[in-house]
Unconditional design. Structure first.
Length: 376
């Protein structure tokens, strides 16, 4: 089994695909078509051109200005990444996520759930299912996130995602809204309910999918396979020579960021730069600069879908998610794990949450499990 040799970035979230909006009086209103929101006017304008609707400014309560498109379609072409679904029971307030569990363990505190805790009781009333997809015809490298609190989606999407993950790599498919009907007989007379459920469809049979049809070939890792004595950089300038001329740990850190953003970073180069920074630290008795802390999330309130436009509230760690993920990749590489192995291992230990959607707290917790600093 080949170890991981390049630092892998988490997929960037380009926007959200929503299933509802707020009406004029502020009440939640479900839609029979997809609503897209995001920070990029260019991307939302492209979506309007492809799927109908109009890109217009939109500011979520307590948030910053974004753009939205209420499209004319309930079916869009997508690529499904490996392990695209995560599920939790969650309870949110204006201050952020107060409880997040798998039914037994609160991952925010890493403690067993108290079945009498009001937060836990509120959380288990409805599951939160998050689905990451790539919009096949829209520019940008990253994922679009769908969130739903319906029980049908909670039951069905993970099973489909698991099957697609077994096919390996990205899979071409369709994200659709399917109308369902149920009858509630708990009252004095039957009550018929109509609702929309997000589903994933593919254009090939299961047998064809397992045979490789419908899959999107994943690009080779930058730098390719690395032998016992790997090249320090996959391409680009002579970073080793550049590092030799630098005199401060901050300059080494800037060089690391430059190589990483250019796509030249490998595990060998990362280790060399870390060693060079340590040499400078010893020589000059100066601390190695830590990566910048992530900016605090703004207070947020639920939108029409009952979803809060804010990241999970994390304890301050001094590192953002990408920096922690790069440490995880480094540790996994030392243990001979490939990237697919790492992604599967992460999801299995973290109750189904994927590395792409994990918060800084969850990534830090997994790193502790991986290194043995935290008991499983």
């Amino acid at each position: 089994m080949s170890p991981i040799l390049d630092l892998q970035k988490r997929a960037r979230e380009l926007g959200r695909i929503r299933l509802g909006q707020k009406s004029a009086n502020g009440a939640p209103q479900k839609l029979d078509r997809f609503r897209f929101t995001g920070h990029s006017q260019a991307l939302l304008t492209k979506i309007a051109e492809l799927y109908g609707g109009e890109a217009r400014q939109w500011t979520p309560a307590g948030g910053t200005q974004q753009w939205e498109v209420i499209s004319d379609t309930a079916r869009v072409p997508i690529m499904v990444p490996p392990q695209p679904v995560s599920q939790w029971y969650e309870f949110w307030t204006r201050a952020g996520c107060q409880h997040r569990c798998d039914g037994r363990t609160n991952v925010l505190t890493d403690e067993p759930c108290d079945p009498e805790d009001p937060k836990h009781l509120e959380a288990i009333k409805k599951p939160t299912t998050r689905l990451n997809v790539v919009l096949r015809d829209v520019e940008g490298i990253g994922v679009w996130r769908v969130e739903t609190h319906g029980f049908n989606a909670a039951i069905e999407l993970p099973d489909v995602a698991e099957f697609l993950a077994a096919a390996g790599g990205y899979v071409n498919g369709w994200l659709s809204l399917e109308q369902r009907t149920s009858i509630d007989n708990t009252g004095d007379k039957p009550l018929t309910r109509h609702y929309m459920v997000p589903i994933i469809e593919v254009d090939v049979t299961p047998a064809q999918l397992m045979a490789g049809h419908g899959r999107v070939a994943a690009p080779a890792l930058a730098g390719g396979p690395v032998a016992e004595t790997p090249a320090l950089a996959a391409a680009g300038p002579d970073y080793v020579a550049l590092a030799a001329d630098l005199e401060t740990a901050d300059e080494i850190r800037s060089l690391w960021i430059r190589a990483n953003e250019a796509g030249h970073m490998t595990q060998g180069l990362s280790d060399h730069l870390a060693k060079r920074a340590e040499e400078i630290k010893v020589a000059a008795q100066q601390p190695v600069a830590s990566p910048p802390a992530a900016a605090p999330a703004a207070a947020a309130v639920p939108d029409a879908d009952g979803i809060v436009d804010a990241q999970l509230v994390d304890p301050p760690t001094g590192e953002d998610e990408d920096a922690i993920w790069q440490r995880i990749v480094s540790e996994a590489g030392k243990r001979g794990m490939s990237l697919p192995d790492l992604q599967d291992h992460f999801a299995s230990l973290m109750g189904g949450v994927t590395s792409d959607s994990a918060s800084a707290a969850e990534l830090t917790h997994y790193l502790g499990l991986l290194t043995g600093e935290v008991a499983a």
